[in-house]
Design a protein around this ligand. Structure first.
Ligand SMILES: *Cc1c(COP(=O)(O)O)cnc(C)c1O
Length: 462
């Protein structure tokens, strides 16, 4: 009979285990401290199970394997590379834009070396961290000056805080948007300490609506690009150019939160049109803000371009210090913007644009090529087909525009939703997880973002 006492005596001492051969590579890889900590955890678990059930855990046959399993699992980053086959190219939850080769290289260079972030080699004096990127942005947009912060939400906060001075900001009711993740224009206004004056209605706002509320307390007029939804039908809004004409009569600034924005005309590739910052600058808008990692295809950043007097105010505001971008962001952004100086090769070198401009024919040829391989492998449980589908741009850009694409679809032979959910889980648990989407009783793997078949073929031979 095994008594509890003899079971306890079968829990090896830490010092004995640490001397065993299989533990040497573990100590090498994970370090002495962590190996000791995991052994203490295992010993505690074993004791608890003996007291509770009078048995030893199964893994007590092999302590080193169990320790190795747990240490490897915990050492794995939770920021894992995945295959985005959701059909949404700029997927916020999957990290938005993939960076260009040149941006990746630029970031790795500045990571390991001191750099001239705020240092002028000409004068050996202090330089400005936004300078290089600002020069490029001015060249590309025609603006007088620019300011870089951590993301576009920060850009909106800074513009409002620095330019409203606690006074009134006039916005159309049709533009009081929620971007998602607790970013609502009225809330940001409160945070920035300004007073929101709503004008017009959800579907129609006229120039007179703005004119009627202007007074000595008005700080500025604001436009927000309704990037993640679209109002159709009986609608009316006031363009930036009209608003600027009105604001100029009262010596007030106009600011625009453009959301995504695009520095190039997307219609040249058959993509839906997206407003361009350079157009708004030409219209006389004082400040325009947009994201670095949406259609621009760069790192997470908030970009503000506009008139020098207002940009100077942003640069001098204490919030700018709190929201400033770091050297890695600035390096990636500079490299990304340099690609725009060579528009002829942009669609090839900028991954976001390269994926968005892949032709439906190209993707459907790819789907037809992969279908038989997957059909053979999954045949028992699923009908695998190559089907046309529609990709989305994502990140609130171009909400109406969908891009014709092609997918591999998996339809469970037993017709059960649970079979689909299980397949989707299996794909997520791969070494290189594959993320698809479930609709219409099938799992869809949209191939738009799969530039190399080999990455997906690993599913068949993991
Ligand atoms: C996306 C978006 C934002 C937020 O930009 P982030 O870069 O995600 O912070 C703000 N306003 C509009 C209109 C947007 O589309």
């Amino acid at each position: 009979m095994t008594t509890t006492q003899t079971l306890f005596s079968r829990i090896p001492a830490t010092s004995r285990l640490l001397c065993e051969a299989p533990f040497q590579p573990l100590i090498e890889t994970f370090g002495h401290t962590r190996v000791v900590a995991i052994l203490h955890e295992l010993q505690d678990e074993a004791r608890a199970q003996i007291s509770r059930d009078g048995t030893l855990p199964d893994w007590c046959d092999n302590w080193s394997d169990e320790a190795q399993d747990r240490l490897s699992t915990r050492n794995r980053s939770t920021l894992r590379p995945v295959l985005n086959l959701t059909g949404t190219v700029l997927h916020t939850n999957l990290g938005r834009a993939l960076q260009a080769e040149s941006a990746i290289k630029a970031v790795s260079e500045v990571m390991g070396s001191p750099v001239t972030l705020e240092y002028s080699l000409d004068t050996a004096e202090r330089g400005h961290r936004d300078q290089t990127v600002a020069t490029l942005l001015c060249e590309l947009t025609g603006a007088e000056a620019a300011c870089i912060v951590n993301n576009n939400a920060a850009a909106v906060l800074l513009m409002l805080a620095a330019c409203s001075e606690g006074k009134e900001v006039v916005v159309s009711r049709g533009e009081l948007v929620e971007i998602g993740g607790a970013f609502r224009i009225p809330d940001v206004m409160r945070q920035a300490g300004c007073q929101l004056i709503e004008v017009g209605t959800t579907n129609r706002t006229h120039l007179a609506d703005y004119r009627n509320v202007l007074g000595e307390n008005t700080a500025l007029l604001m436009k927000v690009h309704t990037s993640n939804y679209h109002i159709e039908g009986f609608t009316q809004s006031v363009s930036e150019a009209e608003l600027v004409a009105l604001a100029n009569q009262h010596s007030l600034p106009v600011i625009t939160d453009l959301g995504s924005g695009s520095l190039v005309d997307l219609t040249q590739w058959g993509l839906p049109p997206e407003p361009m910052p350079q157009q708004l600058i030409a219209d006389g808008v004082s400040l325009v803000s947009f994201s670095g990692d949406k259609l621009l295809g760069g790192p997470q950043a908030g970009i503000i371009v506009g008139k020098k007097t207002y940009i100077d105010r942003l640069q001098q505001h204490p919030l700018k210090r709190a929201l400033r971008a770091d050297k890695m962001t600035l390096a990636a952004l500079e490299a990304t913007l340099r690609l725009y100086q060579h528009p002829e090769t942009l669609a090839e070198r900028l991954p976001a644009l390269r994926l968005l401009t892949r032709s439906a024919e190209d993707i459907s040829v790819q789907a037809a090529r992969l279908q038989p391989l997957f059909a053979r492998y999954f045949d028992v449980d699923f009908i695998v087909s190559a089907e046309p589908c529609l990709s989305q741009i994502g990140s609130g850009s171009l909400p109406v525009g969908k891009l014709p694409s092609a997918a591999l679809t998996f339809q469970p032979r037993d017709g059960r939703g649970s079979t689909l959910v299980a397949l989707s889980k299996t794909l997520r648990e791969l070494e290189h997880p594959v993320i698809g989407r479930i609709t219409d009783g099938r799992l869809w793997l949209d191939l738009r973002c799969l530039e190399h078949d080999a990455l997906l073929l690993k599913v068949l031979a993991p």
